[in-house]
Ligand binder design. Sequence first.
Ligand code: AMP
Length: 448
Amino acid sequence: MSEPLFRTPKGTHDVLPQDHQYMTYIKKAVRHRARQAGYKRIDTPMFESRGVFERGIGEHTDIVEKELFTVTGKKDNEGKAAEFALRPEFTAGICRAYVEHGMQQLPQPVELYSIGQCFRYDRPQKGRYRQFHQIDLEVIGLKDPSLDAQLIYVVTKILNDVRILDRLTLQINNIGTAENRQAYVAALKDFFIGKERNLPEEDARRLQTNPLRLLDSKNGDTQVLVRNAPKLEQFLSGESKQFHETLLEYLDELGVRYVPNPGLVRGLDYYNQTVFELWDQSTGAQNAVGGGGRYDGLIELLGGKPTPGVGFAGGMERMIWHMKEAGVRVPDKDQVDVFVAQLGPEAKKKCLALVSELREKGVHTLGALGEASLKSQMRLADKFQAKYALLLGKMEVKEGTIILRDMQAGKQKQIKYGQAIPQVIKLLGEKNLDTYVLRDQIGEVDED
Ligand code: AMP
């Protein structure tokens, strides 16, 4: 094979048909669990005004400082160009939509979910791409620990449906209110006075811009210093502590297992109170499958009235990786049931109708009507791993018969032409037919 002229850009990948089997399986679980719990689907644009992310996620977070995929529009008459960014996550865009569409007028909380591509201009490595897929759930408009508990419960249901929950641990923490954190950040800065020299350059800068990030620094020197620094826990208000205790009680009630983790802060500015992540049991934080938390200040930052919210985002590629590691087998919905082979102009004409009719009945049918020899057609039937083949030659047309071949058993029999479809359906089983029906009168169309 010659070297291709073009390849996917660094950090991106094609989602090939075999990967879609996993994607579809996950999407089904998300849709099913989300609908059970009253979530409605929302799709926001893949790009937004940069400010949505800069304000929402925070200017001094890794996502905005280093990973934002920016897009500049064309210059207008005044020579100004709009500044956009590809979405690095869903929450900020969904909250922008909540404000823009006046969703505070709806009964609260508004529960929304989304599935789609996100973009981060990160250094690509295993499990870290520049374009990847997230599943996302948001509960906006009310503040109560029962909502956090219910959201987390739905997330564990989804992960259990795709059979990877037991490979993960739910890490959970409360990072307090914005005021709690302000007091803590001041104490942290005080603590580091005179110690800046011992910090690596990046962490010394973070001490100024986003000191909380020091808590989950990967640098050994920083970690040693942080061990003796004041703890966020000491700055939590009674209200925050109460909120967290109640949440943990609710999770116990729901039978959700968790690991309290006082070091968990998450990298985004908008979080307050509850934060949680689902870690790979073996590798820990580096390969979190998902995470989320409460963001009671975000909507106000985006220009709306103060409105609480709590949400979760999970990475689909990482979920698929776990499913494969765990040996989860997903159904292959693209299997070929029947391959129709023919010889001669009359047979070809009849097969054209036969193929359509089989398909109409819900049988996955292929036919190489362009191929000349019967032998090459049967070779194709083999390659497509068809379960059955129907062969129609000149003789059969004359006799009003057709040959039905069981491809795996390698056995075949001649049957009446009119029996072809009923026989195939009987062999496959009615329940295995892929019929496309609109479930409701006005049609509930399956989203992609
Ligand atoms: P975050 O909000 O940054 O914790 O992202 C939520 C989830 O999205 C993570 O737990 C990952 O599963 C996934 N994710 C985030 N960034 C990437 C990336 N660059 N490539 C693949 N998956 C990612």
